[in-house]
Design a protein around this ligand. Structure first.
Ligand SMILES: [Zn+2]
Length: 153
């Protein structure tokens, strides 16, 4: 599994957005039916939930296309998952939960870039090892002259 993209966070957030949209649509239909006598104003409530779901998917897509945005995209996914309680009942809780986990995973996501190798020069510079400044031969600790080439140290 490739770790150069926050894949788990992306899919969790994507599913969260779908749940929030579906819940919002159901609530919009149900709300419109229930409040039909007041011009179906309850439907608007559910449509608000649909908007949160779309925004969650927008930021999930941004997370996938631009992983470097993972902190802000993840934070937005968390925010809209919480807001999904307004109008979408948190995507029947499932959307909220998945969005929360996906968003937090996105925020803490860390690209597993290969660690740079330790510079080789440091390994030879251990205490107690000395090398001739002229020819590079290994010297006794505290030697003033190189036994091989005679250079002063
Ligand atoms: Zn030397």
């Amino acid at each position: 599994m490739s770790a150069d993209k926050p894949t788990a966070a992306y899919y969790l957030s994507l599913i969260a957005g779908v749940f929030v949209i579906l819940a919002g649509l159901l609530i919009a239909v149900f709300g419109a039916l229930v409040t039909v006598f007041v011009a179906g104003i309850g439907g608007l409530f559910g449509l608000l939930g649909v908007v949160w779901g779309i925004l969650i998917i927008v930021f999930a897509s941004r997370l996938n296309s631009d992983p470097s945005s993972h902190a802000t995209s993840g934070a937005m996914i968390v925010v809209f998952s919480v807001l999904s309680w307004i109008g979408s009942l948190g995507g029947f809780f499932i959307g909220f939960l998945l969005g929360l986990i996906g968003g937090i995973l996105a925020i803490v996501w860390n690209p597993s870039a290969p660690q740079p190798a330790q510079p080789q020069g440091l390994a030879g510079a251990q205490a107690g090892t000395k090398y001739c400044v002229s020819c590079g031969s290994q010297l006794a600790v505290g030697a003033s002259f190189c036994p091989k080439c005679g250079a002063k140290q």
